[in-house]
Design a protein around this ligand. Structure first.
Ligand code: UN1
Length: 496
């Protein structure tokens, strides 16, 4: 067997080993004997080198006309299209979700890259009137500087692309750190940007643990912007670290998203949605539908069908095209899922299906869990309140739309929610009253598109939105420009 490939950091346009001399292994969660590659276990010095390179590169990148920056992104998007299948396979191997989904993940990166390439020729500012004669007013977007991009393993190419593409088109230089479980997908993205002609030092890639590498990325004094997607606990630390010298910080964190099934819903559609929303990516999405609130009039029928469909899901290695749900990411995540199953049982939730890890045979060397549904949940139960990040769905009965809205809103998170109904009045009431950043009607809680704002309320975020034109607001600062061509002193608010 060929020895595993050793992947390096990308700093100042060169592929280099970590100065630490240490490495770590990237393994397949469907088969822990499948070693995908060896990656650099970097340290603070590597980050300092990357930030220094970015600082140097920023000087000319900020002056590169945005349409030229956009052209580089366009070339990167074209290359991603060519490499899509290869990158999807690598992603399934490193994080487990099925090939259809990893193709979608790469496609999301392609969409974001094309979209932001186009922004190079838009990046609209504002012009407006002046209260004084012979004076012109406008506001333009200005790049900010060095951005640290810290990303999770569940969307290992899409989420990095949400951050790096708007950062680049706005004229910033970046240092990117992937989750330790998924360094390959970010490597593939960075390599593609290199091949597309991003100038040296503008994009830097450093792999390693959150403690050493992540901490330095959020505390380095030359870093001006930190974008983080991950758990609420770590997000709080990022926010605190950034507060000392007022780094701009965008946080995308947990969710406990709910699908509401009303008594007039198309039940076939709702079951399809609950299945895809709850068990897609093995439930490991911030947007996963980990709660389903069902009107009592259709509760039994819905639950019977939902359980039957969940039972028939084929679990296995995501590279097998007949498999419908892959493994969870690692042993520690699997243990968390098992703990929550125990918590649910103790709380009195009714275990309707699943509730155990899969072992033996094809499952022996991976981290697999059976799709699990708890029924008759009280909305205050921990399994109905806390983010589990695994294939566990809690079903909650309700009597009315008003009560369902209360249940939906009664958690600390506010990412995504959904209502299945054929009544337009109810749909609009839900759109108005669900206090989440994203609301779906007759579709599950997942399925965000790159040209619309993505993010959540309450403890899901800190008020920013990723993707869409809203991403430009985070990766640039408004600069307001007043040009007085009157040739005399004109005093705003005083001279009328
Ligand atoms: C996430 O849930 O972690 O909307 C990101 C979706 C995807 C992105 C999800 N486009 O499900």
């Amino acid at each position: 067997m060929a020895p595993p490939k050793v992947y390096k950091n990308f700093i100042d346009g060169e592929w280099v080993e970590s100065v630490s001399g240490r490495t770590f292994e990237n393994i397949n969660p469907a088969n822990r004997h499948d070693l995908i590659g060896i990656f650099q276990k970097s340290n603070q010095q590597d980050i300092d080198n990357a930030v220094a390179a970015a600082t140097q590169a920023f000087k000319s990148w900020r002056l590169t006309p945005p349409p030229r920056r956009g052209e580089i992104l366009w070339r990167a998007a074209r290359l991603l299209v060519e490499r899509k299948e290869l990158f999807a396979e690598g992603m399934t191997r490193e994080m487990g979700k099925i090939l259809d989904e990893t193709r979608g993940d790469v496609q999301e990166a392609i969409d974001m890259t094309f979209y932001m390439a186009g922004e190079g020729r838009r990046m609209f500012g504002q012009t407006t009137t002046s209260e004084l004669p012979n004076k012109f007013c406008m506001a333009v977007r200005s790049p900010i500087g060095i951005c640290s991009l810290i990303t999770p393993w569940n969307f290992p190419m899409a989420i990095p692309s949400w951050k790096v593409m708007p950062a680049l088109v706005c004229g910033n230089a970046v240092v990117m750190k992937p989750a330790t479980d998924t360094p390959l997908s970010m490597y593939n993205l960075v390599k593609t940007l290199e091949d597309a002609g991003v100038p040296r030092g503008v994009v830097n890639y450093v792999t390693g643990g959150g403690g050493e590498v992540g901490n330095r990325l959020m505390t380095h004094e030359d870093v001006k912007v930190v974008s983080f997607t991950g758990s609420t606990d770590v997000g709080r630390k990022v926010s605190e670290a950034c507060s000392h010298n007022f780094k701009h910080c965008c946080l995308e964190m947990g969710g406990k998203n709910c699908i509401l099934v009303m008594d007039d819903a198309n039940l076939d559609l709702a079951v399809d949605g609950a299945l895809w929303g709850g068990f897609g990516t093995s439930g490991q999405r911030c947007t996963a539908a980990s709660r389903v609130t069902v009107h009592k009039a259709v509760y039994k029928e819905f639950v019977d069908r939902f359980v039957e469909r969940a039972r028939s899901l084929k679990v296995g290695d995501g590279l097998d095209p007949t498999v419908q749900m892959g493994p969870v990411i690692n042993e520690s995540q699997l243990k968390t899922v098992e703990e929550y199953v125990e918590i649910g049982k103790h709380e009195g939730a009714k275990l309707l299906t699943g509730g155990e890890r899969l072992s033996g045979g094809e499952y022996e060397c991976g981290w697999f869990h059976v799709p699990t549904i708890f029924g008759d949940c009280d909305p205050r139960m921990r399994v109905a309140q806390e983010e589990i990040f695994g294939p566990v769905v809690s079903v909650i009965p309700c009597d009315s739309l008003e009560q369902a809205i209360e249940i939906n809103n009664g958690v600390v998170y506010g990412l995504s929610s959904s209502i299945y109904t054929r009544n337009v009045n109810r749909a609009f009431q839900a759109m108005r009253d669900f206090d989440t950043g994203i609301v779906y009607v007759n579709a599950p809680t997942i399925g965000a598109e790159t040209h619309l704002p993505f993010g959540g309320t309450k403890q899901t975020g800190n008020g920013h939105r990723e993707a869409a034109v809203t991403a430009l607001d985070f990766y640039s600062e408004w600069k307001t420009l007043y040009v007085d061509y009157s040739d005399r002193l004109q005093r705003a608010q005083i001279d009328t």
